[in-house]
Design a protein around this ligand. Structure first.
Ligand code: SAM
Ligand code: SF4
Length: 548
């Protein structure tokens, strides 16, 4: 165990930047006159020889990245991470709080373990991540089958928590609350310094990042300070903290050494990245420039982007840095100014469209993706029409559409009634998805006949259907099927594979015939060339081209 105080870790040996003297690194936030109370971080985690851990991960890329950290810290302490939940004596749920539906699924999956817990009294259940922070100590009453809980910022302490749970305690490790930080009188991010340092040390060691074959996620930022009125993230993932560029770049280099050709930099509003050290101020454009120079990296992207923080300087990376992929996730959330104001998004629909235009002017090939929430409190039919109108104007390459879900503790849940009936939310959700799909299907036609580069993810989930029926799943893929695709199908030869273009479009194609009985993994994680033969709303259908 080691005691650490403050946000600079050079003297303690915890600073991964390995500065010779005193560490001059600091984030751009004003330094605090007060230091946080020292807290104890388990430095030599307890050894576990009998733990067989299975991790169930819900939610976003951040959670998948966190799952890699969890696996790493537990393996380091001697646990075995197993793929089969039935073989595990520790079940970990890495959870998401963004919508009530996600939380309910976790509670019901844990509830379903009651009989197994009776049969296997030694089985331990841990609830990790956003739900732990959201529910706090109340969680242990609400979920009596949970043996220990751990907030996103405390994952490095898992071996210690697990050891305590094995001794019969029910430990709960939470991050500081935002209200609590303000009451303490120092900037909230300072209170995370110690735990963040432990996570950073772990992050740089972790071999798995939760991304697919040939890909890696690298965290550029933690937390969020935007406080969009509907969103629980700033409450459960703490204040915005940009990670030191040296740590981010080291992780990019290691990912490439391990075989990744694509790296995605993550942050809730990653385009707000700011870090100052030794007189140099880094923004995301500077970080991307340094990352793009890593030898062997062929694809670099970054998500998610807040429209308000989109700058001409950042947009120029699409033009100037060849590894940067022509893909931008920049959620609009709504097209009505009144709704955007109530959402606390900080821009109007016209300003959002200006940002999209700025991107396309600099680099017309960039596929702009968005998120939308339908049925936000007070959303009228006219407001929803404004969202449809924004979609018609921006023509996204794709979009996630969510039905508003009130989240306890958020501004919207406090101030507005959830007054759009569920039936109406469902109708708007479907209408918006249909429109996005129609536009994407039209725009995807431009790909037909083109040769594109695809990073192979592995066998397509539809491949099993082919194995069962002997027919190409392209003929039976329902909503995924393009009307024109059925005329253009190549003969069913190898295993059907899936992958992504540089602009993030999903492509399915038959793998090499010699791989027809194999797993399809021979190409997984590699870039191949294909010719697009047909296009639907969500998928391009292609034929594999021989290696050049
Ligand atoms: N930080 C990212 C951003 O700003 O776009 C994404 C954060 S959030 C995990 C992913 C998406 O979930 C958001 O873009 C939003 O559309 C949706 N979302 C967040 N809170 C929601 C809520 N209470 N109800 C419905 N959708 C929500
Ligand atoms: Fe949530 Fe808004 Fe932060 Fe995204 S930017 S995580 S939507 S508060």
């Amino acid at each position: 165990m080691i005691d650490v105080a403050g946000a600079c870790f050079a003297r303690t040996g915890l600073c991964y930047m390995q500065h010779a003297g005193a560490c001059k690194a600091r984030t751009l936030q004003a330094p605090s006159p007060r230091l946080p109370r020292p807290s104890r971080i388990p430095y030599n985690p307890p050894a576990m020889s009998n733990a067989r851990v299975h991790i169930v991960c819900y939610g976003c890329q951040m959670n998948r990245l966190d799952a890699g950290l969890v696996a790493e810290v537990l393996r380091e302490s001697g646990a075995e991470v197993v793929a089969d939940p039935a073989a595990a004596n520790v079940l970990l749920f890495l959870t998401c709080s963004v919508r009530a539906h996600a939380e309910n699924r976790v509670f019901s999956n844990i509830g379903a373990l009651a009989a197994r817990k009776t049969r296997e009294p030694g089985l331990l259940v841990g609830l990790l991540g956003c739900m732990a922070q959201q529910h706090g100590p109340d969680l242990m009453q609400r979920a009596p089958l949970v043996d220990f809980a751990c907030a996103p910022g405390r994952l490095a302490e898992l071996p210690d928590l697990l050891a305590r749970a094995e001794r019969g305690e029910r430990p709960v490790a939470l991050d500081p609350t935002r209200a609590g930080d303000r009451a303490e009188g120092y900037p909230p991010w300072r209170a995370f310094g110690t735990a963040d340092a432990a996570l950073d040390r772990l992050e740089v060691r972790a071999a798995e990042t939760g991304a697919g074959p040939g890909q890696a996620y690298v965290r550029a930022m933690r937390g969020c300070d935007n406080f969009c009125a509907y969103c629980v993230v700033p409450h459960v993932r703490g204040p915005e903290r940009s990670r030191p560029p040296a740590a981010v770049l080291e992780e990019v280099r290691r990912a490439v050494e391990r075989g990744a050709c694509q790296v995605t930099l993550l942050g809730q509003a990653v385009n707000k990245y700011r870090f100052e050290e030794e007189g140099r101020a880094w923004d995301l454009a500077a970080l991307l420039e340094a990352a793009a120079a890593v030898r062997g990296l062929s694809r670099l992207d970054f998500l998610t982007n807040h429209p308000r923080a989109m700058t001409a300087r950042l947009v120029a990376v699409f033009r100037n840095l060849p590894p940067v992929c022509p893909y931008l996730h920049m959620p609009a959330q709504a097209g009505s100014d009144a709704v955007l104001r109530r959402m606390n998004r900080g821009y109007t629909a016209a300003e959002y469209l200006e940002r999209v235009a700025m991107v396309r002017q600099a680099a017309p090939q960039v596929a702009v993706h968005s998120d939308f929430i339908v049925g936000f409190p007070g959303e009228t039919e006219a407001d929803f029409e404004a969202t449809l109108d924004l979609v018609r104007r921006m023509r996204p390459a794709g979009a996630f559409v969510f039905k508003y879900s009130p989240r306890p503790g958020t501004l919207a849940a406090r101030d507005f009634a959830d007054d759009v009936p569920l039936k109406e939310k469902r109708r708007r959700n479907q209408a918006l998805l249909d429109l996005v799909g129609r536009i994407a299907a039209e725009d995807n036609q431009a790909f037909v006949g083109r040769e594109v580069e695809v990073l192979v993810e592995g066998p397509s989930p539809q491949a099993r259907l082919r194995a069962a029926t002997g027919r190409s799943p392209w003929r039976t893929a329902g909503a995924e099927r393009s009307p024109s695709a059925s005329d253009l199908l190549p003969p069913a030869s190898g295993l059907q594979l899936r992958g992504r273009t540089r602009c993030h479009r999903l492509v399915v194609f038959d793998g090499p015939p010699e791989d027809s009985t194999g797993s399809g993994h021979a190409l997984a994680g590699r870039e191949v060339r294909v010719r697009v033969e047909a296009a639907g709303a969500l998928t391009l259908f292609a034929a594999l081209l021989p290696d050049k």
